[in-house]
Structures are given as C-alpha cells and as structure tokens.
Design a protein around this ligand. Structure first.
Ligand SMILES: *[C@@H]1O[C@H](CO)[C@@H](O)[C@H](O)[C@H]1NC(C)=O
Ligand SMILES: *[C@@H]1O[C@H](CO)[C@@H](O)[C@H](O)[C@H]1NC(C)=O
Length: 331
C-alpha cells in the first residue's frame, strides 16, 4: 500500500473498538451456533466468487484514501458485531433495540463502506457473499491499510437473522469485568490487552473520561493514576461543564496509524480511558503491555492473531444463518 502516504492520514479519526455511548445493562445472551468447520475455511469463495476478497479490499482502500478515520470505525464494527451474538452481521440489522441502535453515531459511518462492498459483490456474484464476511474482511483490510500486518482469515460466516442483545464493556469497566466478557466468548487476557491496542486509532468523547479529570470514583478528585501534565491538557480541552461530545485522541499524537505508541503512552500514565490505564495496574495485563510497548513487530503479530480469533467468535454455519440480500435487513 505504498500509494497511501501518511499525508492522507490527517483528518480527525473516529472512536474505535471499546468506546460505547450507552449504559444499558442487559442480560448476557447465550449464543449457540453450529461450528461449521466444513464451510468456515480459508478462501470459502474461491469457486463461487473468486474475486470476493479483492472486491472488498478495493472498496476499503478507496474509502480509506479519502477518509482514513473510517478504518477505526470498521475495526470497531467487527468488535461490536462479534461480541454480540457472534460474528454474524447482526450489528447491521435495523430495528428497535438492535445492536445498530446501540452503536454510537460516530461508528455508523463505517457502515457505508460495508454497504458499498456488498453492492459491488452483489453485482459480481449475486447472493453469494455474506455481510458477516464483508465486515471481517473489511476490518482485516483496514488494519493492514493503517499500518498493521496483512493476515489471512477464514470466510464462510453466515448472516444472523436476529438483532443481538447488547452487552459490551464500557470505557469505565474494570479489568476484571472486561476480562469476564472476553473469557465468555473464548478470548484470553492477552487478547484483551492486544485488542485494546485498537485504541491506537481514533478518538473518544470527553464524557467517557471526564470523571477521571474531576471526580474519579466519586472521590471528588482526579484519577491519581493519570499523568498530571496530561490531565492538565485534558482539563483544558474538556472543561467540567463543557461539551461532552468533544473528541480527544485515544492514542496521544498518533490516531491514524496502527502502531504500538498506545502502550508506550500507557506506561507514561497517559491512557485516555480508565480501562486503558488500568491495564498497567493489573498483574494479569502489565507484562504484555510492556512487551508490546517495546516491540512494534510483536504488536503487529499479536494484533493479527487476536483479530483473527475475535473474527471467529460463534460463527454461524449455513443451517443457522443465511446470505442476506442487503446488509441492513434479514431476508
Ligand atoms: C445520534 O444522533 C442523533 C441525531 O443527530 C441524536 O439525537 C443522538 O443523541 C445521537 N446519539 C449519540 C449516542 O450520540
Ligand atoms: C462526585 O460524585 C459524587 C457522586 O456522583 C457526588 O455526590 C459528589 O458531589 C461529586 N463531587 C464533586 C466534587 O463534584
């Protein structure tokens, strides 16, 4: 992707992976799915739509050339999709109380990219490629286009027919609560540390961390784990009675490049969200934070591996899913 120079990556990035703007607490949904090893595999479309992965890649690359901040939204979409009901594109279903309703406005922009890819795929091979696979492929391509490693993923995720029940970690969740959500879907503490590295991209809104600046855990004081100089900067940008939707960089100074500076900032106590900074105050996570801060290559490998595992959560086979005609509604 030498054609994409960093000059393109100047506009403000959107918030990513783990920043959520709703606070509903819902029962955890039990997800049952056939695990379709015969249909879920590399190059599932090699005969039915051989150009499928290229078609997705071209759409994502074109969109990121002009709007690189969409990459953060697309990677975040995979996270939202896979953690709710499994990776079945239920995030795209419109309807009351669906996942889509619960997704912050800012991440909705990435949906246009998925819809464009779906339109191009329907033109090339009608009724073949699922929306769930398009999300996973587009997230893989986004991470590559923004500086991550290229990696192969399996395809053959069939689309779900029901909007999911949303239960996701919040920016203020503890490491323990967030770990529980990860282990519930078969991911490890290391996956948590690595996938939070998605916060190397994008922005978050003041309201998701302003309690850290003014009244941490109802103590009436700032979060003592935050670097004082960084706190002063954030207090200027996020005044106590200011606009809660004002956006701040998640990875100070480097929001459009998938690098490991996020972890380096954590070690300087300059993590933006509580969950980010807590990674350096927990025995289960600090070791890997240090490793990733010290090696970009280690981070690239680990991010590709964890993204792959996340993209395989509760995949549905053909007997539990379908190939949607349009991504926004079940057939
Ligand atoms: C999304 O945008 C709509 C319309 O602009 C607004 O009413 C709503 O509050 C926004 N939701 C969030 C979570 O920002
Ligand atoms: C901090 O938050 C608590 C609980 O919301 C509230 O009772 C208290 O007045 C706040 N303190 C300050 C200094 O704002």
């Amino acid at each position: 992707m030498s054609g994409i120079s960093s000059a393109y990556f100047k506009s403000v990035a959107l918030a990513l992976l783990l920043v959520f703007s709703w606070d509903r607490q819902l029962q955890h949904a039990t997800v049952m799915a056939d695990f379709p090893s015969s249909t879920f595999k590399r190059n599932f479309y090699s005969e039915t739509c051989p150009d499928a992965e290229n078609i997705v890649f071209r759409v994502v690359a074109n969109c990121l050339l002009t709007n690189p901040e969409l990459g953060a939204g697309i990677i975040r979409m995979l996270f939202h999709d896979c953690f709710v009901n499994g990776c079945d594109a239920s995030i795209l279903l419109e309807g009351t109380d669906s996942e889509l309703e619960a997704i912050p406005n800012q991440s909705l922009k990435g949906i246009r990219v998925i819809e464009q890819a779906k339109a191009n795929l329907e033109a090339a091979c009608p009724g073949v490629v699922t929306c769930a696979d398009i999300i996973a492929l587009a997230a893989r391509d986004s991470s590559f286009l923004l500086g991550g490693k290229y990696f192969e993923i399996k395809t053959g995720r069939f689309d779900g027919t029901n909007p999911g029940v949303v239960i996701l970690p919040a920016p203020t969740s503890s490491v323990s609560d967030t770990l529980r959500l990860f282990t519930d879907v078969g991911l490890s503490p290391d996956d948590l540390v690595v996938l939070l590295g998605g916060h190397t991209l994008g922005v978050s809104q003041c309201r998701f961390f302003s309690s850290r600046l003014y009244n941490f855990s109802s103590t009436g004081r700032a979060d003592p784990t935050m670097d004082a100089g960084y706190r002063a900067v954030l207090q200027r940008r996020c005044p106590q009675d200011g606009d809660g939707s004002a956006e701040q960089e998640l990875d100070r100074g480097s929001v459009l490049y998938l690098d490991n500076s996020y972890y380096q900032n954590l070690l300087r106590n300059q993590g933006l969200l509580q969950i980010d900074q807590q990674l350096t105050y927990d025995d289960r996570t600090i070791g890997l934070v240090q490793d990733l801060a010290h090696s970009f290559a280690t981070f690239q490998e680990a991010f590709a591996d964890s993204m792959t595992r996340m993209s395989e959560i509760y995949v549905k086979g053909p007997s539990h899913g379908e190939v949607r005609k349009v991504c926004s509604s079940a057939n």
